[in-house]
Every structure is written in C-alpha cells, then in structure tokens.
Design a protein around this ligand. Structure first.
Ligand code: BEZ
Ligand code: FE
Length: 293
C-alpha cells in the first residue's frame, strides 16, 4: 500500500506531492492564450522540479520568499534590484543571446544594464563627452558598417560610460555634471564615428542590497570589467546593444553579469604625443532584421 500523500488521487484530483505539476496546470482556464499557457505551465514544471531535486526545506523556502521580498523592496525608479538579480544569475545574458542570434561578422549584443538614459543630446563627431575633467582621455573611433562592409549612413550611436571613479552620472547627480560621459552621434554617408571619452574603469555593480549579499555568500565579487556602452540604431537594421571592453582588464573573465564576449574586447593603444592619452578603434557591423545566426 502506497502512502496516499504521494499518490495522485484520480477521484478527487486533490494536490499531492507527485501530481503537483498537473494539479496546478490543470486549473488554467480554456481561454488562456497559447503562449501564456506554454510559458506558465513550463515555469510550474521547472519550479516544482527544482524544489523536488534539492528537497527544499521549509526554512529555505521562507528564506527565498524573504530574499525576493527584500529584492522588491529595494527597487525604486533609479534602482532595479530584480534586474541586477537577473544579471548576476546569467538570465539577462541568456535571454539576450536567445533573442539576438546573429550571423558571424555582425557585432554581438551584450547586456543593456541599468544606466542608459534616453534623451542625451546629439553631439558633433569628435566631440568630448567627459565633462568632469577626470580620467585618462581616449579617442573612440571607427565605422558603422553592414555585413557586406558598406558604410551605414544615419546610424544613431548612443554611448555611455562610468567616470574615472567608477560611477555613472546618474549615480552621483550632485557630484557629476548632467550627461557626463554620454553622447549621441549620428553617422554621415561614410559611416564614420569618433568622440573623446575616457578610458573606462572597472567598477562594482550596486552591491548594498540583497543581490550584493547573495554574491558575497556565494564567494563572488561584484565587479564588471571596464567597458564603454553602445546602442546603435539605424533604419533597416537590427538594434545593436553592446559594449567594447578594455583588453587586459583583470575582470574580463569574471564579469559579475557575464557580459564579456571575445569579439567585444577592443584594443586600447597608448598615444605618446598629443593631449589624448589613449585610442580605441572599433567597427560596428549591423545585421538586417532577417539576418539570423
Ligand atoms: C552596466 O554595465 O552598466 C551594468 C550592467 C548590469 C548590471 C549593472 C550595471
Ligand atoms: Fe556599465
């Protein structure tokens, strides 16, 4: 005789340990959209399998609920702790990879991050974006191209980076000038872009909340390797959200949000003469909406 706590009860359909997935998913109404049905029934299946596989204790479940509650309570308009959780669990990069499969030769996407600000002023090519006078200046230069190597005209390149102290302007609104280390540049027929920023520095993601505590308990550091953010949009092409990383950065292989891709590590060359300290060359290659990898 099998204990009735772990057997499906075909007469009542009540919830048991073994029929848990079917019991929950069977409650869905008939008019639920097919995609919602697929996503939710799969989520329930994997969630229950996880609890079963690790033999989740009541105390662990309560800890998890408390952790998620604190994560939600940490969220404000400026601070999205749930996205940080997704980023540090590799989920943001996985969803990004699933949705941005590109042919070889097209620039790869990476994590968007929480520090982009819409509405940054358009600047002249070659203009300086570092407004606080800190850091080692760097000329960022290259072209926006299509997969056949033709220049892309009218591409809008939105760039943003931390300052030399490792903070974005929005993290220090009282200390940094508005739009510090940000700019939007629009390419002409030659597809060329250039601007003067700083050689970015590595920095920790905000780690004074539950996600920081999680990283510490797991023996993980909160650092991202130095990078410059880019979002490149042009009519007739897929939107590109990416970074270039500073070659040689000590955190390249342990980025806390898993954003590094080999093809995005850019050269940063020290300049011996002139006012600008560094130069970094990088071409962005855009894919058409129908180009898939
Ligand atoms: C960033 O690179 O700006 C970033 C990405 C993910 C989490 C936190 C920061
Ligand atoms: Fe960043």
């Amino acid at each position: 005789m099998v204990a009735n706590t772990s057997e499906t009860n075909p007469t009542t359909g009540f919830f048991t340990e073994t029929n848990s997935v079917e019991a929950v998913n069977a409650r869905m109404g008939e008019d639920v959209s097919p995609r919602l049905r697929e996503v939710m029934s799969c989520l329930v299946k994997h969630l229950h399998a996880f609890a079963r596989e690790v033999n989740l204790t009541q105390a662990e479940w309560e800890y998890g609920i408390d952790f998620l509650t604190r994560t939600g309570q940490m969220c404000t308009r400026e601070r999205q702790e749930f996205i940080l959780l997704s980023d540090t669990l590799g989920m943001s990069m996985l969803v990004d990879a699933i949705n941005n499969r590109r042919p070889i030769g097209a620039t790869e996407n990476t994590v968007f991050g929480p520090f982009h600000v819409e509405g940054c002023p358009v600047r002249e090519m070659g203009e300086r974006i570092c407004l606080d006078g800190k850091g080692e200046s760097c000329l960022f230069i290259g072209r926006v191209l299509d997969l056949d190597g033709n220049p892309v005209s009218g591409a809008r390149i939105d760039v943003w980076s931390d300052n030399a102290d490792g903070y974005y302007d929005v993290q220090q609104p009282e200390l940094q000038p508005k739009w510090n280390n940000r700019g939007v540049f629009v390419t002409a027929a030659d597809g060329r872009y250039s601007f003067i920023g700083i050689r970015p520095v590595s920095y920790p993601i905000p780690d004074d909340g539950p996600v920081g505590q999680m990283l510490a308990s797991l023996g993980r550091h909160p650092y991202r390797p130095a990078h410059m953010h880019y979002m490149v949009r042009a009519d007739g092409f897929q939107k590109l959200v990416t970074h270039t990383f500073v070659g040689g950065d000590p955190y390249l292989e342990s980025d806390t949000v898993f954003g590094v891709k080999q093809t995005l590590v850019a050269p940063f060359t020290k300049l011996e003469a002139g006012e600008t300290h560094w130069r970094s060359d990088f071409d962005f290659v855009l894919a058409k909406p129908t180009d898939r990898g």
